[in-house]
Design a protein around this ligand. Structure first.
Ligand code: SF4
Ligand code: SF4
Length: 355
């Protein structure tokens, strides 16, 4: 496999929020049945990641598929350990910002390189997507973090109901002391279940009652170009996105970035996208190609960093068969659909989020 320069780490599956397009829950409602509220402890982390290994990395970022890093019980201690092992490492945290006390944020500010706050609106709109996040906590925590010398970014997903607030939020971010304000144009209007485009998404609450109808912003400058125009061109040419994915050239982002992903349960994958496929709440776990590939190549223990050394995992059979699948034409023939979808040459709603 490839050499590793950066890690994407999910410290926990816990989160106080229920965002409707997040796999943690079913459209913002019931929690994903495959989650066990796992968190990696400080002791597990130290055992899994040696000082020598951490010294060799340039970046370590904490985000994940199903949880918010700040909810991990040992989060601060883990960050301190990483910083002690590598004083120069680019240590990043991506969070909704709505949990923990200001004192905790003041401590974090002295350790990490930056925190990226995911805040999609202002006081009257942020909770429409970030369901369950209290605005007052976000504001106090961002201010405390910045006042304590922490470097912050604010990422704002634009919807139709908050597009009029983008400039106001940008100004407010400056007042708080945020270093960078980033507009995110969501690429999640093509659904992973059927690869079909839908321009809206109905959010629900924990009881399944309809809440906000999420729709794309009207202003073209806030819309994702891959969803808006490239998707249609691909479908015109290939008939369906599935047909395109069968034959598209794969340009693996994991290889380019020299990155691996480690989940809260300790499972190691080349990226969060492959990991996420195993936990899709709308199908049995065993129905994913990724699940089958794990079972065919040693099982879950063979890719669990709490059981198997990291080097053995990335040089092992599972990683090798992922790599082999990139040269296969056709998902039915063994190409991983996720790789064809996320890392093809020609259609990239992920990168288009930032353009
Ligand atoms: S804050 Fe993050 S982990 Fe929590 S529900 Fe929202 S997207 Fe998912
Ligand atoms: S989707 Fe496949 S090719 Fe892309 S980063 Fe993940 S493992 Fe690599």
């Amino acid at each position: 496999m490839y050499s590793i320069g950066q890690i994407h780490f999910e410290p926990t599956q816990l989160c106080q929020a229920s965002c409707p397009m997040c796999d943690r829950n079913k459209n913002g409602g019931e929690v994903n049945q495959y989650l066990k509220d796992e968190s990696m402890s400080y002791d597990q982390f130290v055992k899994a990641f040696s000082p020598e290994f951490l010294k060799g990395l340039h970046t370590f970022y904490m985000c994940g598929n199903h949880g918010d890093p700040i909810l991990a019980p040992d989060m601060l201690e883990i960050c301190e350990y990483i910083r002690e092992c590598n004083s120069k490492i680019n240590l990043q945290v991506i969070t909704n910002g709505g949990a923990r006390k200001v004192e905790w944020w003041e401590k974090l500010a002295k350790i990490v390189t930056f925190v990226n706050f995911s805040v999609d609106g202002l006081q009257d709109t942020n909770h429409l997507y970030r369901q369950g996040v209290r605005w007052q906590n976000v504001e106090e925590n961002m201010a405390a973090f910045c006042d304590a010398g922490g470097r912050a970014k604010w990422t704002f997903i634009v919807f139709n109901y908050n597009e009029h607030q983008v400039e106001q939020a940008r100004i407010f971010s400056k007042i708080l002391g945020v270093d960078e304000f980033i507009i995110k144009k969501s690429g999640r209007y093509v659904y992973s279940a059927d690869l079909k485009k839908r321009d809206q998404h109905q959010a629900v609450d924990r009881k399944g009652n309809a809440t906000q109808l999420l729709t794309q912003p009207k202003d073209p400058k806030y819309r994702n170009k891959a969803i808006d125009s490239d998707y249609g061109k691909i479908v015109d040419k290939f008939g369906t996105l599935d047909n395109f994915i069968d034959v598209a050239e794969i340009q693996p982002k994991c290889v380019k970035k020299k990155e691996i992903y480690v989940s809260a349960e300790g499972l190691v994958f080349p990226c969060c996208w492959l990991a996420g496929q195993v936990y899709k709440w709308w199908r049995p776990m065993k129905d994913s190609q990724e699940y089958q590939m794990i079972m065919d190549n040693g099982g879950f223990e063979s890719i669990n960093i709490n059981i198997t050394p990291l080097e053995e995992i990335v040089n092992g059979k599972f990683f090798k068969s992922i790599e082999n699948s990139w040269n296969i034409h056709g998902v039915a023939q063994g190409r991983l659909k996720t790789c064809g979808n996320k890392c093809n040459k020609g259609w990239d709603p992920f990168m288009a989020q930032w353009k």
